[in-house]
Design a protein around this ligand. Sequence first.
Ligand SMILES: *Cc1c(COP(=O)(O)O)cnc(C)c1O
Length: 427
Amino acid sequence: MASFVNSLAAAQALDAADPLKSYRDRFHIPTFHEKQVRYFTGNSLGLQPKSTQAAVQQELDDWAKWGVEGHFHGKNPWFSYHELLTEKAARLVGAKPKEVVITHSLTTNLHLLMVSFYRPQGKRTKILCEAKAFPSDLYALESQVRFHGLNPETDLVALAPREGEQLLREEDILAKIEDLGDTLALVMFGGVNYYTGQLLDMPGITKAGHAVGAIVGFDLAHAAGNVVLKLHDWDVDFAAWCSYKYLNSSPGGVSGMFVHERFAMRPDLPRFAGWWGYDKSTRFQMEPGFKPMEGAEGWQLSNAPVLGMAAHMASLEIFDEVGMERLQQKSEQLTAFLEFLIDDLSTRHGDRCSFEIITPREKSRRGAQLSILVHGKGKALFDALSAEGVVADWREPNVIRVAPVPLYNSFEDVYYLAHLLEQAILA
Ligand SMILES: *Cc1c(COP(=O)(O)O)cnc(C)c1O
């Protein structure tokens, strides 16, 4: 591991050597008492790229200028607007363009995908998920099980960490999959857990799920734009993600869907249909009888919310320019620096307060997030950070979640976070 030093000068030296340092300036950083905040909640709502306004304004202008004819005559015709996003989104998640579509919102997409890919039959009825899944996912999973007349108590298997542990062990996931065997219909996990920041071995889980004949899908809300993904090569069946966390594409912004190409030409797959999923060459003949588009586009219901799509476009352009590999390289270093500083605080002030990092220590098992369990002091510490313009996330009973986002967070931000924590400990 790189050897770090706990000082402002060291942090500034890391910033000076950072090949991605100029990207910070491409974002609006909120202010607090006229100073830029130290923003560590890009895993909840990413910051606004400065280019977003012009991208949205373009569509407002075309709407003003063209009215309905903007669908075909605008600069970026709305009829096919979503197609402008497809290749960039596909590169972001390691997919073929045909396997990806940007549409709807995340929970909606999870439902639409489960309608097609959770097909309980005979004794193969169970879904395996994580016990600490994001609440919306748990509600979606439970309601899908009930929708098929089954009982979540028996058919939704939620895997928890072992007694006294915070993280899921990969070996336990694999063992559970094998154990459920031919009763397992679907495996659905968050690729990166929102609470612990644990990055799962998605290719390993996919392989194990397929080995027992199950379908494997992932919620990538905390993974897309955060870690390198190779959904096609990993052979994942389906996935969905939102665009407003690491992807900086406006509050409640549009979602992405991945459907592996082996399902591209499967018009027989049951699905909830809408006109935008209809074969586009004959969509406007408006005939009864649904003929889906090939690939992920066949899961679209509605025409695109263009203003939200424009915001996503502005952000995807930045991701495409940087590339996830370079972003991940900086991310690993930035998070490792934070980890070093937090450990240093525990070492020097352990008698007053110590920090237990529950996020995995290995860089291959996490992205740009540390979840830190505070021992000895509690919410007062977090409130002291907030009072100094640090924006982080507090979860009861005593966890601080911090996301050092490589596009716009600096090593200096990270230094200040630790510095202010230290002051609060000593206060
Ligand atoms: C943020 C998040 C959601 C939010 O769902 P929306 O439909 O966008 O409101 C769902 N699941 C996970 C895992 C999330 O992290």
